[in-house]
Design a protein. Structure first.
Length: 176
């Protein structure tokens, strides 16, 4: 963890000087300097004092870099196509934890030839078109603006039952 670097970045972004941070936390200039250069590690109590002064949640300092904000710019999105129906999938986020994708289903196409099951949960928002959501023995027809969710461990699939391509926003949680 780069706690010292995060402290320095936040302090500078908020235009707080080292003397101001020292005065507000009761810590010495030498300690703050060593902390910001990652030459020492603060106790939780000390870090809480710094977090309070900087008005930052303590938990923020304890996050690993890969758990902090991750941006995927529109021009950097990954696209892929799957199956005989050439489903187009646009990844909006990373595939860890909660991920989001936009799926384009051509007319009469299905997410799978046969129902599938896997670990996790999924939520869907129909952005365009008309689809049939099938989970186990349940079936429901949905249109633009409708949404649905399910546990992915039960066999499931989505079929475009409309005459135009369907567009679906998929949010999927996969345990890490």
């Amino acid at each position: 963890m780069d706690i010292g670097l995060m402290v320095r970045e936040i302090r500078k972004r908020k235009n707080i000087t080292i003397p101001q941070l020292c005065e507000g936390t009761g810590l010495s200039k030498g300690f703050i300097s060593n902390l910001e250069n990652n030459k020492t590690s603060p106790s939780i109590a000390t870090l809480q004092s710094i977090a309070n002064f900087l008005q930052v949640p303590l938990a923020y300092f304890l996050l690993e870099k890969e758990h902090r904000i991750h941006v995927v710019r529109k021009e950097e999105r990954e696209y892929s196509t799957f199956g005989a129906d050439q489903l187009r999938v646009e990844k909006l986020t990373r595939d860890i934890g909660l991920g989001m994708k936009i799926i384009e289903l051509p007319p009469h196409a299905s997410t799978e030839e046969m129902s599938q099951s896997h670990e996790g949960e999924q939520s869907h928002l129909i952005l365009r078109g008309k689809v049939l959501a099938i989970q186990g023995e349940d079936q429901v027809e949905l249109s633009e603006g409708d949404s649905f969710s399910w546990k992915s461990c039960v066999p499931h699939r989505v079929v475009n039952v409309g005459a135009e391509s369907a567009l679906i926003l998929l949010a999927e949680y996969k345990s890490q």
